[in-house]
Design a protein around this ligand. Structure first.
Ligand SMILES: [Zn+2]
Ligand SMILES: [Zn+2]
Length: 255
């Protein structure tokens, strides 16, 4: 069995937990140690129970707490060579870093982990899919554009946590500086609701038991716009569509 939950999702910090029984993995650690500990407690998890931390890329909303949290609790950190290059320069005391190949699946005890490269404005960003051999969970945030490889990896998954960062109209009309608008909406930025919906129309979603929208912009999106776009794409009820929040993430979901 795999279960997963979020400690918070959005541009002010991200962390997801994947629990396959004897192995508990954090995906990113974008909060302070104190916040991580208190939000893990919300999910009845002790920091000492974490087996490893996977990092997607070096933006601070994903790595702000990685080194300190990993040092404090003696947890190994898995990351690509490019991401490691950034972390290495940045810290005095190092956690135990394990550099992974962003194209090569690997295992942490019984949990199978498949990193996959994504277009985003970072040094060597990856996202991850997880499997216990029976069910598959795909996670995709911080991605400017859907590539054929992303479609391959997420096709037929049983659960999906997917970036729905912004509504393109709200972003265009926002007070953000033009350069920032271009960055967010560009091919190395973030997925908007329609890009997310288009991915959902492309992949085989017949096995999908859970869908949670993630990394929503608090200024340029809303849960209701996301639910509408996703429900149209999946042909499901809007109430079935999960939405992760910055403050609360989302609670445990099981496969
Ligand atoms: Zn991010
Ligand atoms: Zn990012």
């Amino acid at each position: 069995m795999i279960r997963f939950a979020s400690l918070g999702s959005g541009s002010r910090g991200n962390s997801l937990i994947v629990d396959a029984g004897e192995v508990k993995i954090l995906l990113d650690c974008g909060f302070s140690v104190r916040t991580m500990v208190s939000r893990l407690a919300r999910l009845s998890v002790l920091p000492e129970d974490i087996t490893g931390i996977l990092v997607t890329h070096e933006h601070s909303d994903h790595i702000a707490g990685v080194n300190r949290f990993a040092c404090r609790f003696g947890i190994p950190v898995y990351l690509t060579h490019g991401t490691f290059g950034f972390v290495e320069n940045d810290n005095e005391r190092h956690a135990e870093y394990r550099v992974i190949d962003g194209h090569a699946p690997f295992g942490i005890s019984s949990l199978q982990i498949k990193p996959f490269p994504v277009p985003h404005d970072a040094r060597e960003p990856v996202q991850y899919a997880f499997s216990d051999g029976v069910h598959r969970l795909g996670v995709l945030t911080d991605c400017g554009k859907i590539t054929p490889h992303i479609v391959d990896v997420l096709d037929g998954c049983d659960a999906l946590v997917l970036e729905c960062n912004h509504d393109s109209g709200l972003l265009a009309d926002s007070t953000y500086p033009a350069m920032l608008k271009r960055r967010i909406s560009g091919d190395f930025g973030h997925l908007d609701n329609q890009q997310a919906a288009s991915l959902l129309r492309t992949i085989n979603s017949s096995r999908l038991q859970h869908f949670v929208a993630a990394h929503l912009s608090e200024q340029n999106n809303s849960p209701s716009l996301v639910r509408k776009a996703v429900a149209e794409a999946l042909g499901c009820e809007q109430s079935w569509v999960g939405v992760a929040s910055q403050q609360d993430g989302f609670g445990w979901r099981s496969l």
